[in-house]
Design a protein around this ligand. Structure first.
Ligand code: ADP
Length: 151
């Protein structure tokens, strides 16, 4: 049976850190669905359509990498798309504290849903979407942090 993992996040923007998790995840799973979570209460900085286009380009339209947007419970969306695994990256203990709780709640919601964590590649650990947004806001060059060109 096809092993599908759901990789949820805000991806505002999708960084080289995220791309690394997807690339390494493809060694474990047959298919990865990148789920761009949208929250109506939170304005995005980068347009979803632009991010989606650029992610597709970054993975050369690899058929094993799919992209969806969602505004729902992550666990329900994963199930709806036939994913038995949630994929997440762990940069540090702050990520761990947060991810630990979320993964437990997700498993209460969907008992068969396992979260698989990949430890960040050390050179990518300092990259966060928040920092990339700040840099971009003040006109700094962000090309070394993202795996594609953003308009
Ligand atoms: P969220 O808004 O849910 O925190 P993000 O878009 O910030 O979503 O991140 C999605 C996932 O990618 C999370 O598991 C996060 O820990 C992971 N991640 C973020 N930055 C990196 C990085 N530099 N290296 C590896 N994983 C990362």
């Amino acid at each position: 049976m096809k092993k599908t993992a759901f990789f949820p996040g805000s991806f505002d923007p999708f960084t080289k850190g995220h791309a690394d998790i997807v690339k390494r995840g493809l060694n474990l799973f047959d298919e990865i669905i990148i789920g761009i979570g949208t929250n109506t209460n939170k304005n995005r900085y980068f347009e979803i359509e632009a991010i989606e286009r650029e992610i597709k380009g970054a993975f050369n339209n690899d058929p094993r990498v799919k992209i969806i947007h969602y505004e729902d419970l992550t666990a329900s969306v994963a199930k709806k798309h036939g994913a038995k695994f949630i994929l997440r990256g762990l940069r540090n203990t702050t990520d761990f504290e947060y991810e630990n709780t979320i993964s437990q709640v997700n498993r209460q919601l969907e008992t068969e849903l396992e979260t698989v964590f990949l430890i960040t590649s050390p050179e990518l650990a300092p990259i966060s979407s928040t920092i990339v947004r700040e840099l971009h806001k003040f006109g700094a060059d962000i090309t070394s942090y993202i795996p594609y060109k953003i308009e």
